[in-house]
Design a protein around this ligand. Sequence first.
Ligand SMILES: Nc1ncnc2c1ncn2[C@@H]1O[C@H](COP(=O)(O)OP(=O)(O)OP(=O)(O)O)[C@@H](O)[C@H]1O
Ligand SMILES: [Mg+2]
Length: 238
Amino acid sequence: MDTTSVPVIELRQVTKTFGRGTAAMQALRGVDLVIQSGEFVAVMGPSGSGKSTCMNILGCLDTPTTGSYLFQGVTVGSLSRDQRAILRRHYLGFIFQGYNLLNRTTALENVELPLIYRGDPVEVRHQRAQEALAAVGLSGWEHHTPGELSGGQQQRVAIARAIVTQPAVLLADEPTGNLDTARSQEIMDILTRLNFDQGITIVMVTHEPDMAAYARRTVHFRDGLVVPEHEIQHEGGA
Ligand SMILES: Nc1ncnc2c1ncn2[C@@H]1O[C@H](COP(=O)(O)OP(=O)(O)OP(=O)(O)O)[C@@H](O)[C@H]1O
Ligand SMILES: [Mg+2]
């Protein structure tokens, strides 16, 4: 098989229902999505359209109700819990809007955390974490805690933590949602460089067209579905 043509990510008719019975809420209603290795994709769409639900499934933080998720051609649903943990720890990086850093822990220790989870030895952890912090322009800030860093710096620590495992795919859910324009552009420059220089596939949710413009393709969500390309062109005139 020619593995170079296998998409890094493929969703086939993915649905996600939260709750049961009359309280059931269908957040995803049959999402088809194909992302090739090396792509930088922006995900846009109204609040509640299912973007975060979809990202959580891509990040193996949640599972589809029906349909399938293939990662590099492998059906994620057929993996054991341990195998899924390996997928999460070795192949996927996740950046959240709210940074999710440990507050009383230094930048270096925050970045090392994913390597601790996967059992890397201490020397490897230190070196990789230092390299990741350097990649986001935070050399010299290793021993500061999040409270001693600005919002933009905290988000850069979160990016360093997401890339320290050298993932194939970086998933970012509104990574600039809490930042002003200048700080947002710094984050986008970092993501662009990671995509271009390191070939990391990036999937990024954003509400801001200026941020989506950094990506090479935009996927639009509406009512739990991906809007087909030909309908987006109609929307342009609306
Ligand atoms: N854990 C959950 N339990 C119940 N309902 C949920 C849960 N997570 C999401 N939902 C619902 O699923 C729908 C989609 O939510 P989701 O968070 O994916 O939207 P979104 O596109 O990311 O919106 P936003 O732009 O506001 O972040 C919403 O109606 C939401 O209330
Ligand atoms: Mg969301």
